[in-house]
Design a protein around this ligand. Structure first.
Ligand code: SF4
Length: 480
């Protein structure tokens, strides 16, 4: 199965994104739709910070006993009449899902939003084997029409303008009148609903992701704002939940704590519009629901993260807050990251899943401003983990040669104080000269990429070491 990865071309992707006018227009919506709303929601809840601590602790506890909670979850699913399938790799997960579809003679499957299915390239696999997948989340439906990947984990089509979506709908929905009004989001939503209604009814299997899996009850939880997840999982013959192993939490109460930070961090809502708990298949007295309930538990490299400096990444609840607040993501959008996960969480997770040799640019595409960590509801130390990846790249000599030589040269001087001091004095004087008295440099040899976007302030005084020496002298004088 070919997996579309363009992470090694991050720099070229980013350049293309910066020159993409519609993309730059769409990305401005992040500020309006996500950042302000999250801030307001957090301010309305006095215990928000305490909830973040509680949420982090729940996940840390679960990760420390992951085997125990996953086994408990499996037992409960089986007791409720469901099936649990363990998938070590993406290929295993694809095979399990396709086998279920084939056994049920499925021709169409509906899908509720699931990043995991993007991670394992499930749609392509189903299509190649004669099963038609239909995305039912509006954003996912739009990007499926375009043959694209999501560019954000909670707003997959955030990179598109209204005009682009209108064009897609007119191109795809040729059975509808040409002169229909598609000037507003509401009319487009109504059109998508109308088209999807028939697909919901025709689907043989429904596939959803899971925001949480509850070990206490064997329940999968999904949150949506469109209700498409409910129709996906209740109407067809079978419901397949695709979830990665770290989605498990011990109890219902733990899940509700996490839900309280999830919606506020993601969209600034107190709760998502639909929060659906599913336990097993339809029971005898139930008026509706799927006849079969399957959970596919995907590892795909996550268990390798346990016990390493990257373990805290497994606390992630996919709220997208780190994306919205990241100055790099805000400018280049999600597709530049070259695979399923973008933004700061992708910069940490993607190298784990596809290898640092392919995703090495991502942890370097950060200003280290720390906003991602400030807003992460799970208090994941994202900058620290990006630094770990940078260190590993350095150790494996995977950095660009120019950077390596520059760091080696700096280390040579830094280890020899008697050389470092005069060299830095010389450097400061040279930078002041190059600024021609303007106090800033518009261009610097070997740093053109940096100065092409902003000026570099010229050193105002002397070197740090000289200033420190002065400071110590002054303190001594004052103490006498
Ligand atoms: S890393 Fe934190 S902020 Fe980013 S998606 Fe995950 S939980 Fe949300």
């Amino acid at each position: 199965m070919a997996v579309r990865i363009t992470s090694p071309a991050f720099k070229a992707n980013a350049r293309q994104a910066l020159a993409d006018a519609p993309l730059q227009t769409s990305m401005r919506n992040l500020e309006v739709n996500f950042i302000g709303r999250r801030r307001a929601a957090a301010e309305r809840l006095p215990e928000f910070e305490a909830l973040r601590d509680a949420a982090r602790d729940i996940k840390d506890h679960t990760l420390a006993h992951l085997d125990l909670y996953l086994t408990a979850f499996e037992d409960k699913v089986v007791q409720a009449g469901g099936h649990v399938h363990w998938a070590a790799t993406a290929e295993d997960a694809r095979t399990i899902v396709l086998d279920i579809c084939k056994r049920l003679g499925a021709r169409t499957v509906t899908k509720g939003k699931s990043m995991i299915s993007e991670e394992i390239a499930l749609n392509e696999h189903l299509e190649q084997n004669g099963v038609t997948p239909v995305e039912t989340d509006l954003g996912e439906y739009i990007i499926q029409l375009r043959g694209e990947m999501p560019s954000h984990i909670i707003a997959p089509a955030v990179h598109l303008t209204r005009e682009q979506v209108e064009g897609d709908f007119r191109r795809a929905h040729t059975h509808l009148p040409k002169d229909r009004n598609l000037d507003e989001a509401a009319t487009m939503l109504a059109e998508a609903r109308g088209v999807l209604r028939g697909r919901f009814l025709a689907a043989d299997v429904g596939i959803t992701g899971a925001n949480f899996l509850i070990a206490e009850t064997g329940t999968s939880v999904i949150v949506t704002n469109e209700g498409n997840g409910d129709l996906t999982q209740t109407l067809p013959k079978a419901h397949i939940v695709l979830a990665s192993i770290e989605k498990v939490v011990p109890t219902l109460e733990d899940a509700t704590t996490l839900l309280r930070v999830l919606a506020r961090s993601a969209t600034g809502q107190e709760q998502a519009v639909y929060t659906t708990f599913s336990t097993g298949p339809r029971r005898a007295a139930d008026p509706d629901g799927p006849g079969e309930y399957h959970v596919v538990l995907l590892d795909n490299g996550r268990s390798r993260m346990l016990g390493t400096p990257f373990q805290p990444m497994l606390r992630c609840i996919r709220c997208g807050a780190c994306f919205n607040h990241c100055p790099v993501y805000q400018r280049v959008g999600g597709h530049a990251y070259g695979w399923v996960y973008g933004g700061p969480m992708g910069a940490v997770l993607t190298p784990t899943l596809i290898g640092i040799h392919q995703a090495g640019h991502l942890p370097n595409a950060s200003t280290f401003c720390g906003r991602c960590e400030d807003v992460c509801p799970m208090r994941i130390p994202l900058p620290k983990m990006m630094r770990h990846w940078r260190e590993r790249q350095f150790e494996k000599s995977q950095m660009p040669l120019a950077e390596r030589y520059a760091l080696d040269a700096w280390a040579y001087f830094a280890r020899r104080g008697w050389l470092y001091r005069p060299a830095s004095r010389l450097g400061v004087a040279a930078l002041r000269l190059l600024a021609f008295g303007r106090g800033r440099l518009r261009w610097l040899p070997f740093a053109g990429g940096w100065t092409s976007q902003r000026d570099l302030p010229a050193p105002a005084g002397t070197t740090f070491q000289a200033a420190w020496k002065q400071h110590v002298k002054a303190r001594r004088r004052a103490a006498r």
